[in-house]
Design a protein around this ligand. Structure first.
Ligand SMILES: C[S@@+](CC[C@H](N)C(=O)[O-])C[C@H]1O[C@@H](n2cnc3c(N)ncnc32)[C@H](O)[C@@H]1O
Length: 423
């Protein structure tokens, strides 16, 4: 497997596996989403796979929708699957077309509702707003109420696409006016959040800018291809849906094996947009996510025939359990590879004869060992019937020193390129 690793990959160090391009490119910039890959990676994959018009591009872990949006802009048809109802909403909103005048016409009444505000159902809930018990809270009351005023107003917008885009702008605005910012696995409070008080005025200013960007981009980048977003667990959808049958290119990036829980990090959006109500529903959503974290009591994995590298990894992990941050890590690792194997098998069943898969992953570190996730997935892909073309190194990401793996300072991020045909 090691011989398939290409450390001189043509896309290495070109920013292809990070989100930064999405902060400036039309439509992508509508939401600040740090866990995405670059639209240029999708463009490269489409180019190299020679996807023809009418052939299907899919992404079973569609996230913010970089794959579906890029494909649609280029005139290709695409299907994305996403389990998180907020991100599935986001990726769908980004490919919507609407008359700019329709958005302009509804602005004045929207801003009146924002200015007036409505008492938010999140006031006093958990850490969402200031209460006597908290010394930190995510949103000032004025921001939550301005948001709610806008949200309730959006119910009266008759155009489906306009309503979606206004809601996206409202959620984006709320997060720009949040006292904390996403930082890796957590929300970190902004340095000066107590002095820099966000309120209905700062909310209205950000909303104005967000809507203006949306209007500008709709004109600049009309959507050409058809795009469909399926909301739910790809492990089930891939089994039962015909929407992905005969795909030509799958370009995707599953959650990494790093205990990052997307339902936790996007909890503010899930509650703001009323996608989830209450902690029980949030927990139920967690159970539908790929087993890459330890925030849920998962069904135990049943298989472990994942190749020699996997066996060597698990031997080390099991012999060094005292250096793990949580006792469930060994089970999580096994379950993660079981999920990946099943997905690769299902993808194979759905693929066209000349299909390719571009699978972006990062290695992880546990108990002082770098787990070669890319190489292990390479093994799993071969076992699932794919030909492994190469594992292209995209970059080495600096890693914070941790007490459990103090000597691992960087982790490899790669794209595993699989083909249905031998080349
Ligand atoms: C690394 S992100 C994908 C980012 C995407 N490439 C982009 O550019 O925005 C992984 C995504 O997988 C989603 N996910 C996790 N478990 C899933 C499942 N069982 N089915 C579908 N999506 C899932 C997460 O919610 C997250 O949005």
């Amino acid at each position: 497997m090691q011989e398939k690793l290409n450390d001189n990959f043509i896309l290495k160090n070109g920013g292809y596996s990070n989100y930064e391009d999405t902060t400036t490119l039309p439509r992508h910039r509508w939401y600040y989403y740090k866990e995405g890959f670059s639209p240029y990676l999708v463009e490269k994959a489409i180019e190299q796979t020679e996807v023809g018009k009418g052939e299907l591009i899919i992404d079973p872990f569609n996230g913010s929708g970089t794959t579906t949006l890029t494909s649609s802009i280029l005139g290709h048809n695409s299907v994305g699957i996403e389990v998180n109802p907020f991100t599935s909403f986001l990726s769908d909103a980004k490919v919507k077309n609407v008359e700019v005048s329709e958005l302009s016409n509804l602005e004045s009444s929207l801003f009146k509702s924002v200015e007036k505000g409505i008492s938010s159902p999140l006031l006093g809930y958990s850490t969402f707003s200031e209460t006597k018990k908290l010394d930190k809270w995510l949103f000032n009351d004025a921001v939550l109420n301005a948001f709610e005023g806008g949200w309730q107003h959006s119910n009266s917008i008759s155009g489906y696409n306009s309503r979606k885009l206004v809601r996206l702008a409202l959620i984006s605005t709320a997060m720009q006016n949040c006292n904390a910012k996403r930082d890796g696995k957590c929300l970190r409070y902004r340095d000066s959040w107590r002095n820099n008080r966000f309120d209905e005025t700062s909310f209205a200013e950000s909303l104005m800018l967000n809507l203006s960007n949306i209007k500008e981009d709709i004109q600049k980048k009309p959507i050409e291809g058809k795009s469909k977003i399926l909301k739910g667990d790809c492990r089930n959808i891939l089994k039962i849906s015909n929407e992905l049958t005969n795909f030509k290119l799958c370009i995707t990036s599953p959650p990494y094996l790093n205990t990052f829980d997307y339902t936790d990090i996007y909890r503010p959006e899930l509650f703001l947009g009323k996608f989830i109500q209450g902690s029980q529903k949030l927990y139920e959503l967690r159970l539908e996510t790929v087993r890459s974290h330890i925030q849920a009591k998962w069904a135990e994995p049943t298989s472990s025939d994942f190749g020699l590298l996997y066996q060597q990894t698990m031997k080390h992990i099991n012999e060094n359990k005292e250096h793990l941050m949580h006792k469930n890590i060994p089970m999580m690792i096994q379950a993660y590879f079981e999920d990946m194997f099943n997905i690769l098998k299902q993808l194979k069943d759905k693929s066209a004869k000349d299909a390719q898969v571009w699978f972006v992953v990062s290695n992880s570190a546990y108990a002082g060992l770098e787990v070669p996730v890319d190489l292990i997935i390479g093994d799993l892909a071969s076992k699932a019937g794919w030909f492994l073309k190469e594992i292209g190194v995209l970059r080495y990401v600096k890693k914070r020193k941790t007490k459990h793996s103090p000597y691992i300072t960087e982790l490899r991020e790669s794209v595993i390129i699989l083909s249905r045909n031998k080349f």
